[in-house]
Design a protein around this ligand. Structure first.
Ligand SMILES: [Zn+2]
Ligand SMILES: [Zn+2]
Length: 677
């Protein structure tokens, strides 16, 4: 007797920190019965907000007088699939967040606004677009045997098959991805493929390649630099199954993809797959779960895999495929040499050996790249007579000198000021820059090579939208002799005339207290080194070179870089981690607290440490974070560890309930699998 019910109960997840599902009444005679996975507009407090329907029931325990009516259901939009809801549910559970806080922010903003204008407009626009469905690829280049083997293994895989594609820089991993995709698209007429890349400045090149290769399929891109209108359109194209390839950054892992058949994660070791605020998820880890849930293959590619993935490959959980040679015929790996800065004292930051090498490239009409991961002119200015240094008044850090603008700037809280005319402590007028950033190296290069075309690429030089791409295009056109840049230049780019890479000042990371620092440094060095010599050897048989300036040429990490030997380096690091009981042999979570006074944050964490029983769990003492103060807020942390992931998860669930009940005024957050400790 369905007709007797005039209403049903919608169970709705909302984007609130309250870990609850809310019940609302819906009058069924107002239209069709709503479905799980649809969005509904509901009153919440004094506001009207968009929620996600996670259940439809006949009854509720909420007393009738307290039950509110849902206002509208977004029936134009097909429901999110049960698989998508399961993914959001898993992420919420694993990262210890309310479901609504995970599911709703993952949707385009325009879907969550009160009116349907934007949605209707996007749906209309999309309906007019043909969904080309011809997966036939164009211009497939011939692969070398190991590439072919990898492409066949990935493209032909059935079921959940995680593959680690371990290939040296320039070995043609992208081509393997594309040809694996081609196999899947040709075989399955509706298949969708998700390709994740770490950063958006890598996407234009890859996007162009995909479009040229698969002109017959619709490609959607999802990343944070899209306008809201574009994002909505691309999201819907994926949600409706029209877009068969979706290319995106980490946020694309939560895209709705009803026919997902293959996931590709490029540069899987890259830390930008980890979201560092709000829901601190790892897109790579969620991708592996998503592939497992759907029973589909996933490929994780890298020249320097994360130790987690390397560990899985060693233990047989992931299949490992290797590409040991550069894909372009006659292109060989660059020669890596260490320049001892104790013997060859640098001038303007450059040793004489490096200067000579740059000069040689200039004479041959080849390009050089200098890598220095520090922007600004100098990291600090100081007074030599009294020892004053330019500290930030709001952070545990220094004010960086930016010479072109004549300003001091804190890179953590954005505090800015004019360069003082004299020392604030003793009045000395002779304030000196200390250390060297990209601007200062640029200045030195221009003085040393007045005839050279020098270009700096870093976050400061590329503030305007599109300016980064324009700068890279200048390099590609060969209109630059010497390129100087931060990590922005290290990744992905394929500069044909580049035969020299100089690495300045990488030593600081060798002695970091962060146990992941050496893994990261190695990856970064290999990646930037990999920019050199990607095309065939230049005329005259000159090979490409990578010169690393260091004070510690004996360090085993550099030794491994010189030998391009990730295998041994990774195995040695893994052994160290096992002995020291560190991830991936141990599972961690980090509770952070912030307050105007450090003591308040520490006090909160101390109470948190002692408030529950915790067998099988190690809770360390609360400590100040290494950068304690940012923007006048002090920060402290509490590290929780366990050898068992399920035990840790169970503990966190219970712990969070207790912490939420404390209703402390201290701002706190929990991160599962933290990367920075
Ligand atoms: Zn002074
Ligand atoms: Zn600051």
């Amino acid at each position: 007797m369905q007709g007797l019910f005039h209403h049903c109960i919608l169970q709705i997840a909302l984007d609130t920190p309250l870990n609850a599902i809310f019940d609302y009444r819906w009058h069924c005679d107002a239209g069709e019965q709503p479905q799980v996975g649809q969005l509904a507009l509901v009153p919440f407090g004094r506001r009207e907000v968009m929620g996600l329907i996670v259940g439809v029931a006949a009854e509720t325990d909420v007393p009738a007088e307290k039950l509110k009516d849902a206002l509208a259901v977004r029936s134009q939009l097909g429901p999110l699939s049960p698989e998508w809801l399961a993914l959001a549910g898993f992420a919420a559970d694993y990262y210890q967040r309310p479901l609504g806080e995970v599911a709703l922010p993952g949707l385009p903003k325009n879907l969550r606004v009160l009116t349907t204008v934007a949605l209707d407009r996007a749906l209309k626009k999309l309906a007019k677009l043909d969904a080309p469905h011809d997966g036939t690829p164009l211009n497939m280049p011939q692969l070398n045997p190991s590439q072919q083997e990898a492409a066949d293994a990935i493209g032909g895989a059935a079921g959940f098959k995680p593959t680690l594609l371990y290939g040296v820089t320039g070995s043609g991993k992208t081509e393997v991805y594309l040809q694996s995709c081609a196999q899947v698209l040709e075989r399955e007429p509706d298949a969708q493929i998700l390709i994740l890349v770490p950063e958006i400045n890598l996407t234009p090149q890859l996007e162009g390649n995909i479009r040229a290769r698969f002109p017959g399929v619709m490609l959607a891109t999802l990343h944070s630099s899209l306008s809201e209108g574009e994002r909505m359109l691309h999201w819907l194209a994926a949600h409706q199954g029209k877009a068969r390839i979706v290319l995106g950054t980490r946020l694309a892992i939560l895209a709705s993809l009803p026919n997902l058949k293959l996931i590709v994660i490029d540069e899987e070791h890259d830390p930008s797959y980890k979201q560092q605020e709000g829901l601190r998820y790892s897109a790579r880890d969620l991708a592996v779960w998503r592939a497992w849930q759907l029973g589909i293959p996933i490929v994780l590619g890298s020249a320097t895999p994360s130790l987690e993935s390397w560990h899985h490959a060693q233990s047989g959980r992931y299949r490992k495929l290797e590409l040991r040679e550069r894909a372009v015929k006659n292109a060989v790996l660059p020669q890596v040499k260490l320049l001892d800065m104790e013997r060859d004292k640098p001038k303007d930051g450059l040793t004489s050996h490096l200067i000579a090498a740059i000069k040689q490239r200039m004479e041959r009409g080849e390009q050089s790249l200098l890598f220095l991961n520090r922007r600004g002119y100098a990291p600090v200015i100081c007074c030599e007579s009294c020892g004053w240094i330019s500290e930030c008044t709001r952070c545990t850090s220094f004010m960086v000198l930016h010479r072109p603008e004549h300003r001091l700037r804190c890179h953590h809280c954005s505090l800015e000021m004019r360069i003082p005319r004299h020392c604030p402590t003793c009045g000395n007028v002779d304030l000196q820059p200390l250390g060297r950033g990209t601007q200062r190296v640029e200045e030195g290069l221009q003085a040393m090579f007045p005839e050279a075309r020098v270009l700096r690429i870093d976050a400061d030089s590329t503030r305007k939208k599109g300016s980064a791409q324009a700068a890279f295009d200048t390099v590609h056109r060969g209109e630059v002799d010497i390129l100087i840049g931060t990590q922005m230049v290290a990744k992905g780019h394929d500069f044909k005339k580049l035969t020299l890479v100089g690495i300045l000042n990488p030593d600081t990371a060798l002695f970091s207290q962060d146990y992941r620092a050496s893994e990261r440094l190695f990856a970064q060095l290999m990646q930037v080194a990999g920019r050199a010599g990607r095309s065939a050897q230049t005329e005259g048989g000159s090979t490409s070179e990578v010169l690393i300036q260091t004070r510690y040429p004996q360090h085993p990490l550099y030794d491994a870089v010189v030998r391009h030997d990730y295998d041994h380096f990774a195995s040695a690091l893994l052994e160290e981690r096992e002995q020291a009981a560190l991830p991936p042999y141990l599972f961690q979570a980090l509770l952070r607290a912030e307050a105007p006074e450090l003591a308040t944050a520490i006090e909160f964490l101390t109470i948190a440490r002692d408030c529950v029983e915790h067998p099988g769990i190690t809770i360390n003492d609360p400590i100040p974070m290494s950068m304690t103060r940012v923007h006048n807020v002090d920060r402290a942390q509490l590290l929780v560890e366990s050898a068992s992931r399920p035990m840790l998860q169970a503990f966190l669930r219970e712990w969070l309930l207790t912490l939420r009940e404390m209703k402390s005024r201290v701002k706190w957050s929990l991160e599962v699998d933290p990367l920075d400790i």
